[in-house]
Design a protein around this ligand. Structure first.
Ligand code: BGC
Length: 386
């Protein structure tokens, strides 16, 4: 017998993207010098076509980010044309009655800010704060949810601990400093926005994986897991819990932690980039987040699957476990699939295809994947059939 699993009224059904990964031709960004996305999906000029897909897929919400490097190409000079461009984008979403979740920091910086040492120095927070407040003033009438930082721990880990992303440093000392600067930055901007508007909704997009020890018998692996969990999953939320209106959860996979801190993926079902697909994990993570008592939005969840063999079940199974968590009292209010369209993936070029909509290369033609229509049906009905 099939079961109909109903989602709460007013549930947000959305998709997510980030500016640098789709816009293209962002020559002002620090990533452009490091691993250029080039023309990416040319979303900058094709955004209306892409937003048409949101509507065709019955989505009522969209998470996007704004590119600081475009808005403030030169230190202290806000580019009027770019401000107009993003206003046009946000207005376009509003006209389609799509709720807007706007991210301010999604891994990239203007080149001039990178030269100053990014968030390594406390005094540099001033520049991002100035940008964030400017964006708030410009778009407060058009934004429903604000995300100040995307995955602060993923950023710190990749840029300062394993040293893969710019500025490619490997220093526990710096990682710790940047992490705490990100905590402070979040708190400060949260307060700035709330001073201007008490009803504003501000959160973080927090990446939390479902983690287990590599070997349950190994005390060393269990200790590494405990430290990783505390730093990766708990620390930021504990430090900012008085400065959040909601939690955004980015959930992708299960991984195993081996002493000292190596990450392993195992399992029967792997994505194109070797991440284990483990839908129950989102349920365990949500149950853990319940203690914070905030509304929760799944701000990212998706799978690299060029041939679209896994995505339909991926969506179905994750939504099943989300539904179960909701029924056990976790306040999940929305789901944003990563991603609306295929995009440039950090250090992987176009080799990780996360899109509901395929972006063909080099034509950049958009083609919906079958799984997109499966998701569209759920969004339209506000229920899932299992
Ligand atoms: C990031 C996205 C990225 C996705 C898939 C998340 O960590 O926020 O920018 O594309 O994962 O790797």
């Amino acid at each position: 017998m099939k079961k109909v699993l109903k989602f709460p009224n007013n549930f947000l059904w959305g998709a997510a993207t980030s500016a640098y990964q789709i816009e293209g031709h962002n020559i002002w960004s620090d990533w452009e010098e490091f691993d250029p996305a080039g023309i990416a999906c040319d979303h900058y000029s094709k955004f209306k076509e892409d937003f048409d897909w949101l509507e065709r897929l019955n989505l009522n919400a969209y998470r996007l980010s704004i590119e600081w490097a475009r808005i403030e190409k030169k230190e202290g000079v806000f580019d009027k044309e770019e401000i107009k461009h993003y206003r046009e984008m946000l207005l376009n979403l509003k006209q389609r009655k799509i709720k807007v979740m706007l991210t301010l920091f999604h891994f990239t910086f203007p080149k001039w800010f990178a030269k100053k040492g990014r968030f390594e120095k406390k005094e540099n927070l001033f520049y991002f704060r100035r940008f964030a407040n400017k964006i708030f003033e410009e778009y407060k009438d058009l934004v429903d949810f604000w995300i100040i930082e995307n995955e602060p721990l993923v950023y710190v880990g990749h840029s300062y601990f394993i040293g893969l992303w710019p500025p490619k440093k490997k220093s526990c000392f710096l990682a710790w400093r940047v992490l705490n600067n990100l905590v402070l930055l979040h708190k400060t901007i949260y307060q700035d926005f709330h001073k201007k508007d008490k009803s504003v909704k501000v959160g973080v997009a927090k990446n939390i994986q479902f983690t287990e020890p590599f070997s349950k018998k190994s005390v060393a692996d269990r200790l590494s897991l405990w430290i990783t969990d505390y730093l990766q999953n708990e620390y930021f939320l504990n430090k900012t819990k008085k400065f959040l209106d909601f939690i955004g959860l980015n959930y992708y996979f299960r991984c195993k932690i081996k002493f000292p801190f190596s990450v392993h993926y195992e399992g029967n079902l792997m994505s194109d980039i070797g991440w284990e697909i483990f839908p129950q994990g989102i349920y365990y993570v949500l149950k853990k987040l319940k203690k914070y008592r905030f509304p929760i939005y799944i701000t990212e969840n998706g799978v690299a699957d060029q041939k679209d063999k896994l995505r339909k079940d991926f969506i179905k199974n994750h939504l099943y476990w989300i539904w179960k968590a909701i029924n056990e009292g976790v306040k999940v209010k929305g789901y944003f699939h990563w991603s609306l369209i295929d995009n440039y993936e950090w250090l992987r070029d176009f080799k990780a295809r996360f899109g509901l909509i395929e972006v063909e290369l080099p034509s950049l033609q958009r083609k919906p994947r079958k799984s997109a229509f499966f998701y569209a049906e759920i969004a339209k009905n506000n229920y899932l059939i299992v």
